[in-house]
Design a protein around this ligand. Structure first.
Ligand code: AMP
Length: 293
């Protein structure tokens, strides 16, 4: 496995594979690997001839006051795990390689998608997604992958990146891989490392609530309010105050009230101890709630 630091080294390593039309998969990450990251690497390994993982804690997607400096980092462990998954190249640049002196450009997706949920100014704000789309656009340009892999855990990010790639004519397939959970249901996250035992127990309310909502949908609920109430009950019982809890169209993120047959994203964010946690499920809804279908 090659570990590269500069764009020049990466371009050099990829020039022959590109010339010979090798199928290149890219897995963008911020490191502190867990099974969620590894499942993206496995999906890439299954489907591509050459797998590139980028490892970069992107400063522009953290707001002032967020945990950029203390974000968990363990490069030696990450490299060993990537090697174990058969990754070919890890690109781990320093911030100055990605954002050299004088860097002044951003890639921005409309705030109908980036100013809601996590991008709501009351939460992380749209600058978060501006940081994400800018760095991912740069990664797409440097790596020129055939396929790029993202996790459903960050559902809004996946929607935003898919649209950015289509709008800017990147020739990349965006693959979204299901959320990997611990046995108790907690969605894996590098930030789970911040939770102590009691906080972890309370954090389970997010996945438990989303599962309850899914059962409501399967049972024929016709309104988003009924699904959200099921999540809210679990959060309240655990004493977890959501930062947001919303039902939105899973493809265009417009708010949903009636369940009309299109897939609905139920998304929740909550601060538990030091950890800001997000989780979501996509529920299939009945196109004909009054009928027998
Ligand atoms: P991060 O390092 O947190 O930026 O995540 C890198 C990629 O891994 C993103 O595409 C995430 O959506 C994905 N990811 C993070 N956690 C999970 C998870 N529990 N299951 C699936 N994918 C995940």
């Amino acid at each position: 496995m090659k570990v590269l630091r500069t764009k020049a080294e990466l371009r050099d390593a990829l020039s022959e594979p590109h010339r010979s039309r090798t199928r290149v998969g890219l897995v963008p990450t911020m490191g502190a690997f867990h099974e969620g990251h590894l499942s993206l690497m496995r999906a890439a390994r299954d489907d591509c001839e050459l797998v590139v993982v980028s490892l970069f804690v992107n400063p522009t997607q953290f707001a002032p006051g967020e945990e950029l400096a203390s974000y968990p980092r363990d490069e030696a462990r990450d490299l060993a795990l990537a090697e174990g998954e058969g990754v070919d190249v890890v690109w781990a640049p320093g911030p100055e390689e990605v954002y050299p002196e004088g860097f002044a450009t951003a890639v921005e997706v409309d705030d109908a998608l980036t100013g809601v949920l996590c991008g709501d100014p009351a939460h992380r704000g749209p600058s978060h997604f501006r940081g994400v789309t800018t760095v991912v656009a740069k990664l797409f340009n440097v790596v020129r992958p055939d396929v790029a892999y993202f996790g459903q855990k960050d559902a809004q990010q996946a929607v935003v990146i898919r649209l950015m790639a289509a709008d800017l004519d990147f020739e990349v397939e965006v693959e979204v891989v299901p959320t990997v959970r611990d046995a108790d249901g907690l969605a894996m996250s590098s930030r789970n490392a911040y939770l102590d035992d009691g906080e972890r127990e309370r954090a389970l309310a997010l996945s438990r609530g989303l599962r309850a909502a899914q059962r409501e949908a399967e049972g024929g609920a016709t309104s988003a309010t009924a699904l959200l109430a099921a999540v809210e009950r679990e959060l309240r019982t655990a004493g977890v105050e959501p930062e947001y809890l919303e039902a939105r169209d899973a493809e265009d993120l417009t708010p949903v009230s009636e369940l009309s047959g299109r897939p609905v994203l139920l998304a929740v964010a909550a601060q538990v101890g030091r950890a800001r946690l997000i989780d979501n499920v996509v529920v299939a809804t009945n196109p004909d709630p009054g009928g027998t279908a």
